[in-house]
Write a protein that binds this ligand. Structure first.
Ligand SMILES: NC(=O)c1ccc[n+]([C@@H]2O[C@H](COP(=O)([O-])OP(=O)(O)OC[C@H]3O[C@@H](n4cnc5c(N)ncnc54)[C@H](OP(=O)(O)O)[C@@H]3O)[C@@H](O)[C@H]2O)c1
Length: 223
């Protein structure tokens, strides 16, 4: 058993979710409110360590009316436990789980950083050898009571999650902007597939304008 997973992101028309220097301010105000409504409706929000290091996000519900208990559990996929002790995701606004990989577990558990983070209330879950085993993580989160999870990037984690068949729904905000840049992160990066035949298939379920942006919803056709 695993949580129902909704991937949400904002991208430019050319598919970039950040510029090559890491700037990622893409959504309009209306879209940010839409995103925070989804956050409020989910039991957990998950990001990769690349996103924590680039953006230092809070991952709380704060763009709409919300109570502290509306904040979902925050999950960072972070094999080597590189999450900084002062990252905003480790503040007391919501529960936080750092998902690490087994190879780094014992050294990390002996570190001052582990003690500082556990003293702050951060929990840890270890799976996989050198990289987090995403299927094992999903099943652990489900056992912890997470039924609906919002995946909020970035590009590398998005690809691993969809390749593993762990995403059920995608909602994407397309902003009327073009930034280019061969090194700018796209919606899905990772290793990619070699053949179009291997592509993960989607079904468009909704589309509408929101302010200046276009919102598309897809169901992922996992077999
Ligand atoms: N516009 C948007 O909606 C949006 C949303 C989110 C992020 N972003 C942007 O996306 C960028 C970050 O993307 P990113 O690709 O660099 O990083 P990321 O996807 O956030 O994190 C990737 C990292 O997760 C770790 N990881 C551990 N196990 C993994 C697994 N099984 N599969 C995949 N990753 C695993 C790896 O590092 P370790 O091996 O060290 O653990 C990997 O490098 C930032 O620029 C951010 O601004 C944009």
């Amino acid at each position: 058993m695993r949580p129902y997973v909704i991937l949400n992101a904002a991208m430019t028309l050319d598919g970039k979710i950040a510029t090559q220097t890491g700037s990622s301010n893409i959504s309009g105000r209306e879209d940010l409110e839409r995103v925070h409504e989804i956050r409020k409706d989910c039991d957990a929000i998950m990001v990769g360590i690349g996103t924590v290091l680039a953006d230092d996000p809070r991952l709380t519900v704060h763009k709409i009316d919300a109570k502290p208990e509306d904040n979902p559990v925050r999950v960072v996929v972070d094999s080597k436990c590189r999450t900084p002790v002062d990252a905003r995701i480790t503040n007391g606004d919501a529960k936080t789980i750092i998902a690490g990989a087994n190879e780094y577990k014992w050294d990390f558990k002996e570190s001052d950083k582990y003690k500082t983070l556990t003293d702050k209330g951060v929990k840890f879950y270890f799976s996989g050898d050198k990289r987090v085993d995403l299927k094992a993580l999903m099943s652990y989160l489900h056992e912890e009571g997470i039924e609906k999870l919002m995946l909020e990037g970035g590009s590398t984690l998005n690809f691993s999650m969809i390749k593993a068949g762990l995403i059920d729904e995608i909602s994407i905000c397309i902003a009327p902007m073009v930034v280019g840049g061969v090194n700018a992160k796209t919606f899905f990066d990772g290793d990619g597939f070699d053949l179009m035949d291997e592509a993960v298939r989607l079904e468009l379920t909704d589309s509408y304008s929101l302010g200046k942006d276009l919102i598309l919803h897809y169901k992922v056709l996992n077999d």
